[in-house]
Write a protein that binds this ligand. Structure first.
Ligand code: ATP
Length: 270
């Protein structure tokens, strides 16, 4: 069960240079996750506890997973990912056991970055916490918090969680000693979109007169993931037209094709 529920990457390849428009967030992640891993003595000397856990929040596809992978890469740490939804299990005690496995694996693979995506699956405010399913989810969350209590903040394991549903979160997990460093990862502004486009068109032969700034303007409201597919789709249009350079018209056609109107992650609107 361990193998299928967790994604383990001994050396993720994502670097900070691959991430566009999140310079401030990169700095914050480096300070909260990288520094304590690389130089725990400094925190000891200054008498400061590093954040226990870092929470990245923002819309889907904005680079939260990339940030967690890049920090693992930079610190030569093992990246261990688990989706919160995987922790919601049918049988009593199974979610808690997976949490224990997760931390056990991390301690075998130190230094390690544990990344829990969709943390809201096990830590949302619930109106009806009396039903048994919810009690089980609650126990899983308690297990996670107790594992976090059990390790030294200055140690070799760092924990990052992510959510698209910050509004849904049980505020109890944000208390000191828990996920006490919040980093917002928003949809990119124009400048950020331009950077992300640069990154995702780096190996594309672009027409000489193509203005990526204009493409970035066209992509208003797009997440990083949507910009990545915009570039791919534009490339596909060029190929369909049997051209070897990608033109503005290709990006326009790609823009038409990609539906972002009111995208809430639930798929194309009908
Ligand atoms: P989710 O909340 O849906 O899990 P996420 O915020 O973790 O999404 P990522 O998995 O990091 O998003 O991003 C998905 C893909 O989108 C990346 O592999 C990358 O190709 C592209 N992407 C997203 N954000 C950025 C960015 N800021 N810079 C460059 N590429 C990006």
């Amino acid at each position: 069960a361990r193998a299928q529920a967790m994604e383990v990457d001994a050396s993720p390849e994502v670097t900070y240079e691959d991430i566009g428009g999140l310079d401030e967030q990169i700095l914050e992640v480096r300070e909260a996750v990288e520094q304590p891993l690389l130089d725990p003595e400094q925190f000891e000397t200054v008498g400061v506890e590093p954040p226990a856990g870092v929470l990245l929040y923002g819309p889907p596809g904005t680079g939260k997973t990339m940030l967690a992978k890049a920090v693992a890469n930079e610190t030569d740490a093992t990246f261990i990912k688990m989706a919160g939804s995987e922790l919601v299990q049918k049988f009593i005690g199974e979610g808690a056991r997976l949490v224990r496995d997760l931390f056990e694996l991390a301690s075998e693979r130190e230094p390690a970055v544990i990344f829990i995506d969709e943390i809201d699956a096990i830590a949302s405010k619930r109106t009806d916490s009396k039903t048994s399913g919810d009690a089980e989810v609650q126990r899983t969350m308690m297990q996670l918090l107790s594992e976090m209590d059990g390790f030294d903040e200055r140690g070799e394991i760092r924990i990052i969680a992510a959510t698209n549903r910050f509004d849904m979160l049980d505020r109890a997990i944000l208390r000191p000693g828990r996920f006490d460093r919040l980093i917002e990862v928003p949809v990119p502004e124009l400048e950020g979109r331009k950077r992300i486009l640069d990154i995702h068109t780096e190996s594309m032969p672009l027409a000489d007169d193509l203005d990526l700034e204009a493409v970035a303007e066209l992509a208003d409201g797009f997440s990083g993931a949507e910009i990545a597919s915009l570039a791919t789709e534009a490339g596909m249009f060029a190929i369909r037209d049997d051209r070897t350079t990608v033109e503005m018209a290709d990006f326009e056609a790609a823009h038409e094709k990609i539906d972002v109107g009111g995208d809430d992650g639930s798929g194309p609107s009908i």
